[in-house]
Ligand binder design. Structure first.
Ligand code: CO
Length: 164
């Protein structure tokens, strides 16, 4: 397990589309471990593989909510259903110093694979739904600043927000 270097804007890798993972092997397990380590080290609540320079459809999420699900690892995630809208502030580990108000779907149903290769279907609402949408956007080369209604600077030293 290792903490990896986070890729920052304007690195073009963040704008590329990530490739589906055809089979889950020890390299993918290592990638998942490294992504979780990197996310926790950076104080984030989510991380997508392109944020450490790997163009594979892999995300990790931990909203660290008391009633939350803990660490979520998902390979080849896709949104099956979405309902409603919500709006809230977002940040991104790849875009230090900026936050923005982003409209997202309020409820989503997501399908993907876990590290054992089993299909997993998850429902998410509120903040967890936002984080899923933010991370899945990364796999398409989309950043929150593309969708934000407003983007504003924050002091990175005082940034205790939950970046994705
Ligand atoms: Co992000």
């Amino acid at each position: 397990m290792a903490i990896k270097k986070i890729v920052y804007v304007p690195d073009p890798i963040l704008r590329k589309k990530s490739k589906p993972v055809p089979d889950i092997n020890s390299n993918i397990h290592k990638l998942l471990d490294n992504m979780a380590d990197t996310m926790y080290d950076a104080g984030g609540v989510g991380l997508a593989a392109p944020q450490i320079g790997i163009l594979k459809r892999v995300i990790v999420i931990d909203t660290r909510e008391e009633e939350g699900p803990g660490l979520i690892e998902m390979i080849n995630p896709e949104i099956l259903e979405a309902r409603g809208t919500q709006s809230g502030p977002e940040g991104c580990l790849s875009i230090p110093g900026l936050n923005g108000e982003v409209e997202r779907r309020a409820y989503i149903k997501v399908r993907g694979l876990n590290r054992d290769g089993d299909e997993v279907i998850m429902e998410a609402e509120d903040f967890l739904a936002t984080v899923f949408q933010h991370e899945i956007d990364h796999l398409e080369g989309i950043l929150f600043t593309d969708k934000a209604k407003t983007v504003y600077q924050i002091d990175p030293e005082k940034d205790d927000d939950q970046d994705e």
